[in-house]
Write a new protein. Sequence first.
Length: 352
Amino acid sequence: MELSDRKKRILRAIVETYIATAEPVGSKVVAERAGLDVSTATIRNEMADLTELGLLEQPHTSAGRIPSSAGYRIYVNELMDRQQLTMQETERINQALNLKMEELDRVIDRAGKVLSQLSDYPVFTAAAPRARVTVKRFDLLMVEENAFIAVVMTDNSVVKNKLIRMPDQLSETQLQLLSAVLNSSFVGLSQEEMEQTLDKMETRTAPAAFELISLVVEFAMEVLGDQGRQRVHTTGITHLLEHPEYHSLDKAKPLMTYLSEEAEASKLPMALNNGKNMNILIGPENVNDALKDTSVVMASYDIGDNMKGVIGVVGPTRMDYAKVTARLSYFADSLTRMFGKGELPPGDKDEE
């Protein structure tokens, strides 16, 4: 819809004031904030027009107005200024992401925690699983005569280990032979290929040795299977309680439960429209009932190997969209640069 410049200034003033105060906004406050040289009566008429257009709402107990979901949409699309991060914020983000040698999951999880602290909203992160993950190396470490630790390193630098106990004793030499078999026969294979190789090996391997090989390979297949699933990490859920909309536990509990349960969190919106790197869903634009009174802001980042991840912020529709999009954009760009080139953007340059 086409709005006059005055209506746009009034809508912007109401949205930004309501974001800051969580209180309905009256004509006197609008006159001060919008800097309009007109009477409060004129502003009230304009506010009434914006209400009829569905961009503002009037709580029945107040003479002031609050933005509707449609009003937030106009604000986000046309009226919102783009913010820049402070030097302290960029340095804090870069420090959080500077974990090049650590697992992908740990980097993304830590990124989510810092973004949640900076924004005061819950954050979710997800990395699309690789189409093919294989084991890069097996290491077997003797613990005692009838127990050893199997260490599995995947080709995407994930390292997992498991203590394996046996009914019979095993010598260091036997353990070395077992390690050699695993590294010669099961490295570079997908989960399905490992299973096929194990089936073929059964008929030509001594039962005792095959049992040990099976224990380690089955663990490795579990690791690969786990890496093949998309996992959603949520953090900072209790930040919801800091916002007036969720001071009532009855109001906050359904959303907090939704975000904290892994099965439910996996239903969070992940798709970004029309190839955009940033997407904002306001109120009813979220198809899930648990999110109908919230806004979700998402940004995508490149992991490499044609894979993308998503990092998103969940909060009330009164969210500070300018602040959130600035921080989210910087996080996404930083993750892309780190995974793509092994470096972060320098903190002493202008970055949003």
